[in-house]
Unconditional design. Structure first.
Lengths: 367, 367
C-alpha cells in the first residue's frame, strides 16, 4: 500500500487523535478530509460489524447547512425527491442532480427546523453547488459548513450501546429520524442511520473540540458488547448493495441507472434542478443499469483503483465499479454498471489485471 | 506514514503505470485523483528540481473545458481578471471567486480558440460551479472534462529537454503561452508554465491512453541532462511563495489576503462573480494577510495535516498554513495567514506539537 503525504489540503477529523490511539493504519480521502479505512485487521473488523458493534469516524460526511427564510425552498430546488411532507426531526435519502439529470451527490437531508436543513453529503462539493444556485436565484439563505462531525455506531448490538448512553428512547427513533440532545454536555444529534445494512446510529457531534471525548464515551459504553473500531466497510456495503457516489457513479450517471429511481419524484415542481431532464430520461428509458457481478473462482481479490471491463463475448457491455472478496459469500463480488439489455442470470467475462474471469450477473443487493 | 486504501473514487492518472515503474512511494489526492508525492528520496528530488530537470505527473491538474458561443462570456463571468485582451494561445493565472468574493480556485485559464477555453484547476470542483452558473444564466456553452492530463518538466534544464523533443521553437514560447502540437502522433499542448519557480513547461497530453509513452519520451530525451522523477515540490514551492488552494486558503479567504490582488481587475463588468464583493473588500481593507514565517532552530520539521497557531505574546494572530524544512535556507519555514496589523520583522511564537517556537515574519517569497 502506498503512503499518503500529509498536507493542510487534507483535514484530519475531530476523531483523529482517538483513531490514532485505536491503531488506525490506513485512510482514504473524502470531502478533503481523512477517513480511517483500516485498523489492520480487516476480517475481524468485518465480522465485528456483522455480529456485534463497531464505532466509525465518519466525520467526512460533512454537512451543507441551508439556513434562512428560503432554506426549505432551496432544499427542494436541490433535491429531486418531494420534501413537502418532510417533518422537523426527519431525514431523507435524496438524489441531488445537475440540470442534465446527472447525479452529483446522494446525501441524507435532515430537517432541523422550518428554516434550517443539513445535507449530510457524499464525496462531492455541494457547498459550491448550493451557493451558486442560491446566489443566482436570489434566495434568502446562507449556505455554510457547520461544526458537525458524525460518529457512526453500527451493527446488530449498536442499539444497545446507544441506548446505554442516551437512554431507551433511542429504541423508538425511526429509520432516518433524529433528535438533538447531549451527553456530558456535548451537543449531538442522534440519528438512526449509517452506511451499512446492519442497523445502528450516527451521532452528529456538534462541537469539534470534543471528538476524543465522544469517541471514548462510546468506547466505554460499548465494552459490555465488545465494541471495537471500524469504518464504512467496503465488503459489507457491497454485499448490501449500498452506493458509493463517485466510485459507483461517473460523470454521466443518472439516478435511474443506479437503483435510485424510487427516490426521484417526477411530479415535483419544474424549478427543481434536473427534474425536467429526468422526466425525459425516464420516458426514453436508461441505457445502463447497476447489477451485481459474482466472479467465478475462490481466490480473494485485492482492492484496486481501476474499473474493470465487463464483456459479453467480444462486446464490452460495461464495467465493474468495485470488486471485493465477500467473507459471507466466499466469492469475489462487485457492482456492474452495464448496458440495459443485460439481465440477471447472464454470463459475462470480466477483464481484470490481465485475466479473463467468467462471472454471473445477479440482482442487487447480494445479501 | 499511513497507507491510502484503493477505491474507484480515487482515479489513477494516465502516468500511473509509468510512475510505478519509477518507484513512486507516496501519493496525495487532488481533484479525486492520485498524485505522486515521493519517489523515496526527498532531498535528491528537491536538488534535481533546483539544479537540473525533473518530470512530474500532474494529471490531477484537470481541465474544465468551456466550449460554445458563450464560452468566452462564461470565462469572464467566472474570472475576476480582465480577459478582454487574452489571445488564442495565451494562458493567464486567475482568481475564481464566489459571490462573496471568497477564492474558490486559482486556475490557469488557457484560451484555445475564440469559443473554447480550459481552466486548468487547483483542487476544487469548478465543473459543478461553472455548470451551475452556465445553466442558471442560460448561456450557450458546454462545460466538460476533456481527456487532458498535464506532465510537467521543471528545472533550469527543462527548456533543453523540451526543445530536444519538440524543437527549438519552444525556447520562444512566452510565460503562460502554449501551442498545440504532437510528438510521435501523440497530441499535446506545450505550455511554458508549472508549479515551481525553477522554469519549465507543462505538456498537456490530449490522449489518456498514451501516458506511459509520453512519460518515456520525456525520460529518454532528458537522459543527457540527468532527468529524474519528481512532483510539485512542497519545499521549493514554499521557498518560492506559491499558493496551494485549499491548504493556504480556507472558506473565508479572498484573493487580497493571499497576494493575489494583482490578478483581480476591479473594473471588470458587474456580472463577474464576486467582483462587487471584492470592490467592497478592497475599499474596506482586508483583515488578514499572508506573510512568510521563519522558525528559530535548525531541527528539520516533519510534514503534517494541522495548521499551527501563530501568537504575538498571548494573542493568537493567525496560523501557519504549511511548514517545511528549507534545504536552501536551513530553517523551518512556512506561510502565515495572519492579522493585517502584523508586519515583516515582527517576532511571533508558533504553537506546534506541544512546543512554543520563536519565529520571525518576513515578506514572501523566501527566495
Amino acid at each position: 500500500m502506498f503512503g499518503i503525504t500529509p498536507s493542510a489540503r487534507l483535514r484530519p477529523s475531530p476523531y483523529y487523535e482517538a483513531t490514532l490511539a485505536e491503531g488506525v493504519t490506513a485512510f482514504t480521502t473524502y470531502n478533503h478530509m481523512l477517513m480511517p479505512t483500516s485498523y489492520g485487521h480487516p476480517e475481524e473488523e468485518y465480522w465485528r460489524l456483522i455480529n456485534g458493534v463497531s464505532q466509525w469516524d465518519v466525520a467526512v460526511e460533512r454537512q451543507v447547512q441551508l439556513q434562512g427564510p428560503d432554506a426549505g425552498r432551496l432544499a427542494q430546488i436541490l433535491c429531486t425527491r418531494d420534501l413537502s411532507r418532510c417533518q422537523v426531526g426527519q431525514g431523507k435519502y435524496v438524489a441531488v442532480c445537475n440540470h442534465d439529470g446527472v447525479l452529483i451527490n446522494d446525501p441524507i437531508l435532515l430537517k432541523l427546523d422550518e428554516d434550517r436543513y443539513w445535507l449530510s453529503i457524499a464525496d462531492s462539493n455541494i457547498w459550491f453547488w448550493a451557493r451558486a444556485i442560491a446566489a443566482e436565484r436570489g434566495l434568502k439563505v446562507t449556505v455554510s459548513e457547520p461544526d458537525v462531525s458524525p460518529l457512526a455506531v453500527q451493527g446488530p448490538k449498536a442499539e444497545d450501546v446507544v441506548a446505554a448512553i442516551f437512554g431507551d428512547w433511542v429504541r423508538d427513533v425511526k429509520y432516518f429520524w433524529f433528535k438533538e440532545t447531549s451527553v456530558n454536555g456535548i451537543p449531538v444529534a442522534v440519528a438512526r442511520s449509517g452506511w451499512s445494512k446492519q442497523g445502528g446510529f450516527e451521532l452528529y457531534l456538534m462541537d469539534g473540540s470534543k471528538g476524543t471525548q465522544l469517541w471514548n464515551i462510546v468506547r466505554e459504553a460499548g465494552k459490555p458488547w465488545d465494541i471495537g473500531p471500524g469504518n464504512p466497510n467496503v465488503c459489507e456495503r457491497i454485499e448490501s448493495g449500498l452506493i458509493s457516489y463517485g466510485g459507483d457513479t461517473d460523470g454521466q450517471t443518472n439516478p435511474f441507472e443506479v437503483r435510485m429511481g424510487k427516490y426521484v419524484d417526477l411530479g415535483v415542481a419544474d424549478d427543481v434542478i434536473g427534474i425536467q431532464a429526468l422526466r425525459r430520461i425516464h420516458q426514453g428509458g436508461v441505457k445502463r443499469q447497476q447489477l451485481g457481478v459474482i466472479l467465478d473462482g475462490d481466490t480473494p481479490t485485492e482492492l484496486g483503483f481501476f474499473r474493470h471491463g465487463v464483456y459479453r463475448g467480444e462486446q464490452r457491455v460495461g464495467h465493474l465499479t468495485n470488486c471485493i472478496w465477500s467473507w459471507r459469500l466466499k466469492r469475489n463480488i462487485g457492482f456492474g454498471l452495464v448496458a440495459s439489455d443485460c439481465a440477471t442470470g447472464d454470463r459475462v467475462v470480466v477483464h481484470k489485471d490481465g485475466q479473463r474471469i467468467e462471472a454471473s450477473l445477479v440482482t442487487l443487493p447480494f445479501i
